[in-house]
Design a protein around this ligand. Structure first.
Ligand code: AMP
Ligand code: MG
Length: 252
């Protein structure tokens, strides 16, 4: 059966997608990095449906997407360093981990119960229009099954998730194609938790100080997605295999 859930991002379809988000449905949309699978962060059932559709473990927290910098202090604990970074690098491929405000228990599931939250502003007109129209932060992990390659076209999303997503807004191919850089801003020193679309050097140049890289060998990572084992291949891996080695093995 042909699935008809890909829509051109016309004003009418963006309004329709925003209503779907408000109604607790799942909408996939293009961002500067990859296609996201979006839901209203305040709707726990919709957020649970994201984990279900992606087959993602509940302990792996999601990133909220916002469209206005001024909203940030309402959503999370901020200071001048946070706001300066936001003004300089947003919209763009940079995610902040910030302390949560204690007045928002409804986002517990999205934050996997942590005392911090991850937030960013994507640099894509369709994403920004959708978030603005929805009037809520949209949690949006990549719109694919857990541990598979992230989608950079609407067709990739449909191939991976099919009718588990209510609407897919087709904004063409994503420009960056890799995930965001995630920085932890809850401590004194800025720490990169995940390398991605923004270089460490760009952050250091702006901040005028060294940026740390999270020690993933720690037995107590700040988030489960950072465990060394997370992306480990299941099959034995050999690097630099020569064609001759393979032929010899077959001949034996
Ligand atoms: P993604 O799968 O690209 O949506 O990114 C989600 C990743 O962001 C998670 O796997 C974590 O590594 C990171 N993350 C999200 N929320 C937090 C948080 N509160 N603290 C630390 N890392 C977080
Ligand atoms: Mg992903």
């Amino acid at each position: 059966m042909k699935i008809e859930n890909i829509y051109q991002p016309t004003a009418e379809n963006i309004a329709r997608a925003a209503k779907a988000i408000k109604d607790g449905k799942l909408v996939s949309f293009p961002t500067d990095t990859v296609y996201g699978l979006g839901a209203n962060v305040y709707n726990a059932q919709a957020v649970a449906n994201i984990f279900k559709a992606k087959e993602r473990p509940l302990f792996d927290p999601l990133i909220s997407h916002i469209a206005e910098i001024d909203f940030l202090p309402e959503y999370a604990e901020t200071d001048s360093r946070v706001m300066d970074l936001a003004r300089h690098f947003w919209p763009g491929p940079l995610t902040f981990v910030l302390k949560r405000k204690d007045n928002n228990p409804s986002i517990d599931l999205a934050c996997a119960g942590l005392g911090s939250l991850a937030v960013r502003m994507p640099n894509h007109p369709v994403a920004l229009a959708l978030i603005k129209h929805s009037g809520v932060p949209i949690v949006a992990p990549s719109a694919n099954k857990f541990k598979t390659v992230s989608p950079t076209t609407a067709q990739h999303v449909q191939d991976s998730l099919g009718n588990k997503v209510d609407m897919i807004l087709d904004g063409g191919a994503c420009k960056i194609g890799v995930e965001t850089t995630i920085i932890d801003l809850t401590g004194k020193q800025v720490t990169i938790l995940r390398a991605g679309g923004l270089a460490k050097e760009d952050l250091e140049e702006f901040l005028g100080e060294k940026v740390l890289i999270n020690d993933t060998s720690s037995s107590r990572p700040t988030a489960p997605g950072q465990l060394l084992k997370h992306y480990a291949p299941r099959l034995p891996l050999r690097i630099n295999v020569e064609e001759d080695d393979v032929i010899m093995k077959i001949a034996k």
